[in-house]
Design a protein around this ligand. Structure first.
Ligand SMILES: C[S@@+](CC[C@H](N)C(=O)[O-])C[C@H]1O[C@@H](n2cnc3c(N)ncnc32)[C@H](O)[C@@H]1O
Length: 159
């Protein structure tokens, strides 16, 4: 199985890099795991509504270019469907049983994801109504993907 995370912007914080590297290593026994970073657009505080849409659209085009036709795409969105770790694991398990072998997760930049990316996505999932910084979201998502594999394979993990 292939798991790909497409994220806007560069990961800068060392502690996040270390955390992700740890889960990436653990995920090695379950899947081929890859993180693709696409460059963010400048988004100063004083942007108009139209300019914000344009920033999201430009970032969105770069995201869409990294998605393959056969990818099952999860868009991470605060307003998406709230999920449990068990439900998330079950969804991945069921999809893979039905033949999906390539899963892509998309994390937006500071302004979120464009309408085009949301339209391309097969599911929009929320990790709760709190807003997480996109860099931290990458670590949280990587841990949840690892947790999902532990659940799918019936392997013990922290409760
Ligand atoms: C700083 S947030 C963007 C906030 C932006 N105002 C919005 O409403 O999308 C950056 C990205 O992190 C992800 N994200 C942040 N919090 C999330 C949450 N609670 N659930 C799912 N994704 C989240 C989303 O992909 C979002 O596009």
């Amino acid at each position: 199985m292939k798991i790909k995370i497409i994220a806007v912007g560069k990961l800068k914080e060392k502690y996040l890099k270390q955390g992700i590297a740890e889960y990436e290593k653990r995920l090695g026994k379950y899947c081929k795991f890859e993180i693709i970073e696409v460059p963010d657009e400048k988004a100063p505080e004083n942007l108009s509504e139209l300019e914000m849409i344009q920033v999201k659209e430009k970032e969105g085009q770069k995201i869409l270019a990294k998605i393959s036709d056969n990818d099952y795409v999860f868009a991470l969105a605060i307003q998406g469907k709230e999920i449990t770790s068990e439900g998330f694991a079950n969804q991945i398990d069921q999809l893979s049983t039905r033949g999906t072998s390539s899963f892509t997760f998309v994390i937006g930049g500071s302004l979120g994801l464009s309408d085009e990316v949301m339209k391309r996505s097969d599911a929009q999932i929320s990790f709760g109504r709190l807003t997480y910084p996109h860099q931290l979201m990458r670590l949280i998502l990587t841990e949840q993907v690892y947790r999902a594999f532990r659940i799918i394979h019936g392997h013990a993990y922290h409760k």
